[in-house]
Write a protein that binds this ligand. Structure first.
Ligand SMILES: *[C@@H]1O[C@H](CO)[C@@H](O)[C@H](O)[C@H]1NC(C)=O
Ligand SMILES: [Zn+2]
Ligand SMILES: [Zn+2]
Length: 586
């Protein structure tokens, strides 16, 4: 027998309710479904925001995750329907993105240059404020593409803001990357907005860009001029949006920004939008200032509203919307795509086809997770790598049968590997980075200590861990843990407003700590005291530092290892090894 529940959810996911079913029935279905999923409402205010961040090319939906089954066409439809149906003509809506649009999905990464087509698709959304992330700054070609196709575009020339990043022209001149700030008035409520955008203190840019520390701009002439031109009595809301985490327990960059701004604007409502650390987060800065961060990889649309802006104490409301068709239909009251959204979805599908992203390489028999299974579990992806994948590494330079330690940084894996088809896209999603292997021959007693050293070592090494592992507020246990297998696995977010931020309650996904590095150890009893320590060439500096510090404390008369002791190991990259492992179906 088919239960009513499964029938109704099927209907919503696959049929356009607004055309297929009369309105009264639609309401029954929608209400039934919302009760079933207990979808939490958006509380609309005078001023409303929709926020995305760290989309990393994920514009083509999440094929193996039903929660996030919307594509960019659905999102464009949603924003426009939501504005028309729910915000209306008496209140205002502002759309914001805070950068990182490359590196993470085939749609952006399978083209040359990276982002050639995904940038066009992304820019179909009618953002009011947008900026760049560090992933627009690794390569010169990405920076040039971002600057000319988006920051300077006709569509976004007012909306694109970066207060502390400069573009370097062909002639070597520094010019602002978009506007330094944007001052505008909303259409309906005439709310006067002053918007600035800060990138975190990222110092590894390619030569075509320069990032200045956020707080350094407060000394600059244009900033002082701006404060003079738009003092407190000419601004209702300051919007600080940028590629910077809302919660930053290490550098406190955003808190330093807030301290200075509060001195200049003691009474003004300040709303922050952040990114980079790939989490859902909301923080209260003071009675008139809060910050929202809206996840990663097009899994989340952040919603924020502010009421009583000009009268009395402002009221802030926040919600994390699952990037899925159910949530979009529920919150806009419209399940049909707009014409523009529909065209965009068709375009995305055809681009995916052109880029062969659906090409099946193999089948993943069960899901492997980065965080939600402990590293000792068979269902943890790092466990899979060290027990099954890395041992397949063969050297074309040296004797790979010698005892060896293979060390990889966990940051080189970007996403869970889901049960189902392993496609060309999966490669870009799970393990996008190519790598070269180097090795150094060292005493076993040193090799044994390196991984522990890098995992317990100074703050510096946390950059080797995956981005989400760094600043995640890892306390789902402080919010009621939901265990209900009928619900889909997903976020239970805890933030400064409590535990009810997620629009759809999920069967709580657990988070386990991920170390900075993991290692595969193959010891042969017949070998002597020396072993091969094999590692990614790009972590050589860290490996040498670890070896030398360990050597100094453990061995007498120890001589430092240098780059000259490190040699090419050769062999297939981790991403190739993983692909071959899946293809061989072992
Ligand atoms: C997986 O790939 C097979 C072809 O190899 C295809 O028939 C099937 O529809 C794919 N499944 C999904 C969910 O895309
Ligand atoms: Zn990111
Ligand atoms: Zn980032």
């Amino acid at each position: 027998m088919v239960s009513i529940r499964s029938v109704t959810s099927l209907l919503v996911l696959s049929i356009d309710l607004s055309t297929a079913i009369p309105t009264f029935l639609q309401n029954v279905l929608q209400n039934g479904i919302s009760k079933e999923l207990n979808t939490r409402e958006l509380e609309i205010g005078e001023l409303n925001f929709l926020h995305t961040t760290d989309t990393h090319g994920w514009l083509g939906s999440h094929i193996n995750q039903a929660n996030y089954d919307a594509d960019w066409g659905d999102f464009v439809s949603f924003a426009s329907s939501f504005k028309r149906q729910k915000v209306g003509k008496s209140r205002d809506l502002i759309l914001i993105d805070t950068g990182d649009k490359h590196d993470g999905n085939g749609l952006s990464d399978a083209t040359v240059p990276n982002g050639r087509i995904s940038t066009e698709i992304f820019n179909e959304q009618d953002y009011d404020l947008l900026t760049l992330g560090n992933h627009e700054l690794y390569t010169a070609e990405n920076t040039i593409l971002e600057y000319y196709s988006t920051a300077l575009s006709q569509k976004f020339k007012d909306a694109y803001v970066s207060s502390n990043v400069e573009f370097v022209t062909d002639d070597g001149d520094l010019v602002p990357f978009g506007s330094k700030y944007r001052y505008f008035e909303t259409h309906n409520q005439n709310i006067r907005i002053l918007a600035l955008s800060f990138m975190f203190n990222f110092q590894r840019t390619n030569p075509r860009a320069r990032v200045s520390p956020a707080t350094s701009i407060f000394q600059q002439d244009w900033f002082k001029q701006m404060v003079k031109q738009y003092p407190q009595d000419k601004v209702d809301v300051i919007v600080i949006f940028g590629h910077m985490p809302i919660t930053d327990p290490e550098a406190h960059e955003i808190n330093h920004v807030h301290t200075t701004l509060r001195k200049l604007y003691p009474e003004t409502v300040i709303q922050y939008f952040g990114g980079h650390s790939h989490i859902r987060d909301f923080a209260v800065f003071d009675e008139r200032a809060t910050g929202l961060q809206s996840g990663r990889f097009s899994e989340t649309v952040g919603f924020l509203s502010i009421d009583k802006i000009k009268s009395g104490a402002p009221e802030f409301k926040r919600r994390y919307i699952d990037f899925g068709k159910h949530s979009f239909a529920y919150h806009s009251g419209v399940s049909r795509q707009t014409k523009k959204g529909q065209d965009l979805s068709l375009k995305i599908a055809s681009v995916r086809q052109e880029l062969n992203l659906n090409e099946v390489i193999g089948h993943v028999p069960t899901s492997y997770y980065m965080y939600s299974k402990p590293i000792t579990s068979k269902h943890n992806i790092y466990n899979l790598l060290v027990t099954k994948v890395l041992p397949r590494l063969k050297s074309d330079q040296t004797d790979e049968t010698k005892s060896r330690f293979i060390i990889i940084n966990t940051g080189s894996i970007r996403y869970d590997l889901y049960k189902g088809n392993f496609t060309k896209d999966t490669e870009f999603i799970v393990s996008p980075f190519p790598n070269d292997w180097n090795f150094v021959e060292v005493p076993l007693s040193l090799a044994e200590g390196v991984a522990d050293y890098l995992n317990e070592g100074p703050v510096l090494y946390t950059s080797m861990a995956p981005p989400g592992a760094r600043s995640r507020k890892r306390h789902p246990e402080s919010c009621p843990f939901i265990h209900d297998p009928k619900l889909s696995k997903g976020y239970t977010t805890r933030d400064d407003f409590g535990c009810d931020g997620d629009d759809v309650p999920h069967n709580t996904e657990l988070y386990f700590t991920v170390p900075n590095v993991v290692q595969s150890v193959e010891l042969k009893p017949t070998d002597g005291v020396n072993v091969h320590l094999v590692f990614y060439s790009f972590i050589q500096k860290d490996i040498l530092k670890a070896l030398n510090e360990l050597g100094e404390t453990r061995l007498s008369g120890f001589e430092h290892f240098t780059d000259r002791d490190c040699k090419r190991y050769g062999g297939a990259s981790t991403k190739e090894l993983l692909k071959e492992y899946i293809r061989d179906g072992e």
